[in-house]
Design a protein around this ligand. Structure first.
Ligand SMILES: [Zn+2]
Length: 861
């Protein structure tokens, strides 16, 4: 009797502790996960996970940050109740294994035996790729309720960190938009704005510059608070190819990634494929589509940190609307998959038919289980390799060149240099400052120079971002097709940001201090007194412009010196910005100095005498309804540099509501989108109708109004492809020399090029004579001699036979002696043609000044 009672009590106890009172997603949401046309929004995702955490000892939730639009950014943590109660110990183990310096192998082995593999699954970074945010709820429920033995067993040896959406704002926007149109002819249509407030799909291109609030929060998880060993980022791709991509990736590979890492990517990729095959989920492909080379995405950044990064890409339905795919619509045609047919990397072709949200959820649940299972089976191995890769990195940095990189003092723009160092520190890289002058060979470096030593665990990351990229040509011969990169090919940060940086190829000694804080220098502001006329701001420093915009906006008197400005024993180059003392200036200057790190130099009235006064500038930024990421990045640049602006739409330009602005900015947007609001040519079949309020472009009326705007004294500023629009619309006597070049004649898919800037022009104030620009599908110009209402100034040109500085450039001769940046005068106004991307993904801080100058000078009528 006692025994029976005991058993009964035990069963009852287990039942209440484990099955607890957790509701299924269906009970919570009112529909099953993956049901046609049904989506959980972000509030429901948060609410449901919190409910699971309250009801189950297998689930916890935490807030890892705040999103761009102010939402809580959440992560669930799932493991056995025992593991969760020891989580801080396991985190400590991961932190110790990440840095083998001072951790002898014997001690490491103890930690490896004790530790657990940390698996981070991230979902829904791209908000329309929505299935994973839904699948996350079902996965968490299966674990909490005890329905999923495979995952529960695996969690004995692992801890699962689950971020249900890497872009919560976007998830909410996409669900709201989808629900608005469901049941109408626009069901599943594109949103007319980006699904991230600033950058849309480019939120997966921010993973070394760390501009966005969301990236920053996850960087803390990656390199500080959690330090996962395995990361899987779940995406969706186009509808008509394979059903699911899983690693291994397609060549080329990146030489800085540890070879063990690529093998682990393969092991886990194939384990997930096997799990799909065992569940008879057809159409899984590997070794195709996606390359393993470049920096910038959420799941690749871990590679240079000895952490496994994995990608899954499921075929999409139309948000939550099923699609029917005829078998003849299935197609290959990409890397590793020339035709849609049975292959070794595609042994179970999907035959076509209906494809629904639920199908994607099923594939994603399978790969989550397969991943956890394989990680658990190899728990010690993953931890041991994690430690070994870190140890190998440290040894390589000690024993082979490069030994480090020096960012020598002084820098033209010390604030931007500090921003670069901040990005490295966020990425877990140690940065030192020289306490005293030091020599390497016969080169003298001053105290205050920054040094990134490479004998550190994240050597690969620092090296890959600091060195010059050479895109590998992996063909057997030139007869084969060139393997096109997936994204950019050059990302060398000092070049993009205009920072001097030198590679050190011999062992060196220097007295160094490890930086604990980002090295933004504090500059004391002198008190106002009668001897000071006001302050000067250095035109080489981006923050000076941000300060000038803010001061103009606050009604201060801001002037510009067109000559060199003497400053005691020193001098500022032409273009210095001056602000005259008056009540309230010191407070404003102090705030700008604190928030933006702007540096104010006191000046006398004498030095200000020859300066000319600047007016506040009214800027319009065109925002098409076919949302543009480059427009979004421009907004990000303006918001972070205090440029006052307003967005203008097609309708406003058509109605002629741009006459009051000084400048109209067109980001890198295709002329078809500007004029008609739709793709033409080969992309036309991807254009789906928009709801009537968002259809069309600026049309002929808009073109006429832009002509009037410029003729009347406005400044039109065009980046990249919008230059082609301006050349045609205003019939400018300038030609894009790359317009007719085929992809085999000319190709520069995101490369850094060297240009010569023409000094002494207000738009190039603050720039050095030579510099770097970021070039991707950009134009280059042949100009004509002036006549009539036209004149031109070439402000930057390609003067080297091969201007490639980092990345890939096929056909350099087409750029030789061509213009990269042109200012055209047109009647009373001007057009600035940027034949490159001056604010690309807000990484190219080295060319921001050109934009700021163009804006400041547009106030000059
Ligand atoms: Zn994606």
């Amino acid at each position: 009797m006692h025994r029976i009672l005991f058993l009964f009590l035990t069963v009852f106890f287990i039942a209440s502790a484990e099955a607890a009172e957790v509701r299924s997603p269906e009970e919570y949401l009112g529909f099953p996960i993956g049901a046609d046309r049904k989506l959980a929004d972000y509030n429901e995702v948060m609410g449901y996970l919190d409910e699971l955490a309250a009801g189950s000892p297998w689930v916890e939730t935490e807030t890892i940050g705040t999103t761009t639009l102010g939402r809580p950014f959440i992560m669930a943590v799932l493991s056995t109740p025992d593991n969760l109660s020891n989580l801080s110990r396991y985190k400590e183990i991961s932190r110790k294994l990440a840095d083998p310096r001072g951790l002898p192998a014997g001690e490491a082995e103890q930690l490896i035996k004790e530790g657990k593999t940390f698996v981070l699954i991230t979902c829904n970074l791209h908000s329309t790729e929505i299935a994973s945010a839904q699948a996350a709820l079902e996965l968490a429920y299966e674990i909490a309720s005890g329905e999923n033995d495979m995952a529960r067993n695996a969690l004995e040896e692992t801890v699962l960190f689950l971020i249900p959406s890497l872009n919560p704002d976007g998830l909410q926007m996409v669900v709201d938009w989808y629900e608005k149109w469901v049941g109408t002819e626009y069901e599943g249509c594109e949103m007319p704005w980006l699904y991230h407030h600033y950058v849309g799909h480019d939120n997966n291109r921010d993973w070394f510059m760390v501009n966005l609030a969301e990236t920053r929060a996850v960087f803390e998880v990656y390199f500080d608070t959690v330090i996962p060993h395995v990361v899987l980022d779940m995406h969706q791709m186009w509808s008509t190819g394979a059903r699911l991509f899983l690693p291994q990736f397609y060549p080329p590979a990146n030489v800085n990634v540890d070879p063990i890492l690529y093998r682990e990517i393969g092991l886990l990729g194939y384990a997930m494929q096997l799990e799909c095959e065992e569940r008879d989920l057809a159409g899984v492909i590997s070794d195709a589509y996606f390359t393993a080379y470049w920096e910038g995405t959420s799941m690749m950044t871990p590679w240079w940190h000895n952490q496994v990064g994995l990608l899954s890409e499921a075929a999409s339905c139309r948000v939550a609307t099923p699609v029917y795919i005829d078998e003849v619509e299935l197609e290959g045609g990409s890397k590793g998959f020339p035709r849609y047919e049975h292959r070794i990397n595609f042994p179970n072709p999907w035959p076509g038919g209906w494809w629904r949200l639920r199908d994607i959820v099923d594939y994603e649940l399978a790969i989550a289980d397969g991943l956890l299972d394989c990680c658990a089976r190899h728990n010690e191995r993953f931890l041991r390799n994690f430690y070994a890769m870190g140890a190998r990195a440290v040894a390589q940095g000690k024993n082979e060149p490069p030994y480090g990189f020096v960012i020598p003092a002084p820098q033209d723009d010390p604030v931007t240099a500090a921003r670069m160092i901040e990005a490295f520190m966020l990425g877990g890289v140690e940065v030192h400052e020289a306490v005293k002058d030091f020599m390497i060979g016969n080169r003298l470096y001053r105290a205050g120079s920054y040094v990134i030593r490479l004998d550190q665990p994240y050597r690969a990351y620092a090296k890959d971002l600091l060195e010059v990229q050479e895109y590998p040509d992996i063909r057997a011969s030139e007869k084969e097709d060139f393997v096109r990169p997936y994204d950019v090919t050059g990302w060398t940060l000092p070049m993009q940001m205009g920072i001097a940086c030198e590679e050190i190829d011999e062992p060196f000694e220097a007295e160094l201090r490890l930086l604990e804080n980002y090295p933004y220098a504090e500059h004391a502001l002198p008190r106002e007194n009668e001897n000071i006329w006001g302050f000067a701001l250095d035109p080489r420093i981006n923050a000076s412009y941000a300060a000038a915009f803010a001061l103009l906006e606050n009604g201060h008197t801001v002037l510009r010196a067109d000559e060199e400005l003497a400053l005691g024993e020193d001098a500022l180059p032409a273009g210095a910005l001056l602000v005259q003392s008056r009540k309230g200036l010191t407070d404003d200057a102090r705030a700008l100095s604190r928030d933006l790190h702007a540096i104010f130099h006191p000046v006398t009235g004498e030095s200000a005498a020859a300066a000319r006064r600047l007016k506040p500038v009214k800027t319009a930024l065109f925002k098409p309804w076919r949302a543009s990421m480059d427009e979004g990045w421009t907004r990000y640049l303006f918001d972070t540099h205090l440029v006052p602006y307003e967005n203008v739409t097609n309708e406003q330009i058509k109605e002629g509501e741009i006459g009051d602005y000084d400048a109209l900015v067109l980001a890198d947007i295709s002329p078809d989108i500007i004029k008609k609001g739709e793709w033409t040519g080969e992309y036309a079949r991807f254009s789906r109708p928009m709801p009537p309020d968002y259809e069309g472009g600026i049309e002929d009326e808009g073109v006429e109004n832009i002509k009037k705007f410029v003729a009347g004294g406005g400044t039109l500023i065009c980046f990249g492809r919008s230059c082609d629009f301006a050349i045609e619309a205003l019939e400018l006597p300038v030609r894009n020399v790359l317009e007719k070049a085929g992809p085999d004649d000319f190709y520069a898919p995101g490369s850094i090029l060297e240009v010569a800037f023409r000094e002494g022009h207000p738009v190039t104030y603050g720039m050095a004579g030579k510099g770097h620009v970021f070039f991707t599908n950009s134009p280059a110009f042949a100009t004509s001699l002036p006549f009539g209402k036209f004149d031109r100034s070439i402000l930057a040109a390609y003067e080297k036979k091969n201007p490639l500085a980092s990345g890939l450039l096929i056909g350099p001769e087409r750029l030789y002696r061509r213009a990269a940046l042109v200012e055209m005068t047109y009647d009373r106004g001007k057009v600035l043609l940027f034949g490159f991307r001056p604010q690309h993904r807000c990484q190219t801080a080295g060319t921001y000044k050109l934009i700021f100058n163009a804006l400041l000078e547009s106030g000059r009528k």
